[in-house]
Design a protein around this ligand. Structure first.
Ligand SMILES: Cc1cc2nc3c(=O)[nH]c(=O)nc-3n(C[C@H](O)[C@H](O)[C@H](O)COP(=O)(O)O)c2cc1C
Length: 223
């Protein structure tokens, strides 16, 4: 598969089949993704992989906590800036609206929206879960390195016919996640990621999000 094809076919998968992914495939993915670059070659990524009965047990723990606390334990970092400015605010709004529209959930249907949001905590049915953390002493540059590692995993997944769902939503359950997978205190949870085979028939997976035109984010001088 060409890199361009992997980029073009990657999307945030929000409905997975329960087909298992062999551990060997996951190890190959992670082994290859470690070629991602990082400033000073710090390789500041840590990944915790959960599947099988352990994942079922973990989801059960979360499912028991969710009804009383749909917004979890708070977060250790701000997922978005406190007051999101334009054009980012409008983009975020549109992406949410488009996602709910793809499954026929209206703006007024708060319960429907909450139900869909809660599916994050089922990993949208993915048979494999990953959690990414980073040492607390790391700065913006290293967070960017971690992002490149995660993107490498997401693109490689396409090569294996797999799909992914990066999930910052898991940051709101950082204590429970940290305890379950054993994240040491010196590390901070960044996000989760569901991995598995896409349910092609699920309407939510038909969502193809917008991107701004080139002129909005690129400028050229001398070329
Ligand atoms: C770091 C990161 C965290 C994300 N967290 C969530 C999440 O918690 N739940 C979710 O449904 N989508 C999440 N997304 C998916 C984004 O909404 C999605 O990438 C964006 O709308 C663009 O759509 P696409 O990935 O399908 O191209 C996340 C994406 C990234 C990169």
């Amino acid at each position: 598969m060409k890199v361009s094809e992997a980029l073009d076919t990657r999307l945030t998968c929000r409905a997975f089949k329960d087909t298992p992914v062999p551990r060997e495939t996951i190890e190959r993915l992670l082994e290859t993704a470690k070629r991602a670059p990082s400033g000073g070659n710090l390789q500041p990524w840590h990944v915790y992989v959960v599947g099988g009965q352990e994942l079922a047990d973990f989801k059960k723990i979360i499912a028991e906590k969710l009804p009383d606390n749909p917004f979890g334990e708070g977060t250790e970092y701000q997922i978005y800036p406190p007051s999101l400015k334009e054009p980012y605010k409008a983009r975020r709004f549109k992406c949410g609206e488009d996602m709910y529209a793809s499954i026929g959930v209206t703006r007024e249907d708060k319960a429907g929206r909450l139900t869909q949001f809660a599916k994050n905590f089922d990993f949208f049915g993915a048979p494999v879960a990953m959690f990414f953390s980073i040492d607390r002493t790391m700065q913006e540059g290293q967070w960017s390195d971690l992002g490149m590692f995660i993107q490498s995993i997401m693109l490689l997944a396409r090569e294996y016919g797999l799909d992914t769902c990066p999930q910052e939503a898991w940051a709101i359950w950082y204590k429970t996640v940290g305890e379950f997978v054993g994240i040491p205190d010196e590390q901070m949870l960044f996000c989760g990621l569901g991995l598995g085979y896409r349910d092609e028939d699920a309407p939510i997976n038909s969502l193809r999000t917008d991107r701004a035109p080139l002129e909005e984010y690129a400028s050229f001088k001398g070329i």
